[in-house]
Design a protein around this ligand. Sequence first.
Ligand code: MN
Ligand code: MN
Length: 387
Amino acid sequence: MNKQPQDPPENANRVPQPIRDGAGATDPGPRDVMRDLENPDLLVPPTTDAGTVPNLKFSFSDTHMRLEPGGWSREITARELPISTTIAGVNMRLTPGGVRELHWHKQAEWAFMIVGRARITAVDQNGRNFIADVGVGDLWYFPPGIPHSIQGLAEGCEFLLVFDDGNFSDNDTFSITDCFAHTPKDVLSANFGVPESAFANIPSEQVYMFQRSAPGPLSTQKVSSPAGTVPRSFSHRMLAQQPIRTLGGTVRITDSSKFPITTISAAFVEVEPGAMRELHWHPNTDEWQYYLQGTGRMTAFASASKARTFDFRAGDVGYVPFAYGHYIQNTGDKKLIFLEVFKSSYYADVSLNQWMALTPRELVEDTLNVGPALMNALRKEKWPVVK
Ligand code: MN
Ligand code: MN
């Protein structure tokens, strides 16, 4: 308690203080030093930060864990992160054999497999089915209203789910057990043409998730539909794509040009230590981020003298409103890996460097009051996305 500027330097190194160049003062009151250490740019913002910018960060570590037989789930929706109107995210684990039950919802579902493997199933409105196994780095996409399921294979799995509505909650999906539990048994009997006794033991409420043994090989669970399989695959091997390689890292972009069914686009970005995802913005929609590995920082430039810097680490979600300028800098000593996700069938970004390089030199130099060195450098580089 009562740390003062004259405290020994070893303490000053361990406990960061909100002091910068003669402004600020020590924080002698209650505080969470671990969180302050994780958020150096909140405790001592760069002097370029200014004005009131909404919160653009939420960690899955600060969410409610829904624990069920067969796994767990947790979500970041507009309830947790109010700025996130376009997208809600769910982080889910399924044990070997763990089942996320047969269900559907109004929103499109896009997913990225983080660890392990799962079997996914779906049937579309024309009776065409889709049954496939997905592994690390694979995506799936279920269109709005299309019923589906997910089951962990022998090694279990953990994945990220993205829904194209910030107010979505995975607790409010349409589940087959819920549907059965709230349909009169005589109606079930008439609908399926079997006696009511067939439904004597159905679950009395929604199950959501449950534990079974891991399913056998895909070949043992084939179901042949007279209408065939879905014409556009519901899964895509994102990490099997050849990345765009630059000196500072790699980028893989998946939108409907590579994964035709999807209405949600994404970039898988790897940034080497000391490198950064260059200054840019998106001309189509908000950006939702999920940090998979490492640490980074981002400043969001919000126009009208407003800017705010955030620190991120694995398990965090970030958000960038439409058109806000931003960069992401690797602040750690290992590779930073994150996903940029967009409620848009196509991926688009505007590079600040490219814009300036392709504008008459005099106009840029006179506007920014810079000498020729900057424009010479800009016209030599290839606007590398990650540098
Ligand atoms: Mn779903
Ligand atoms: Mn971006």
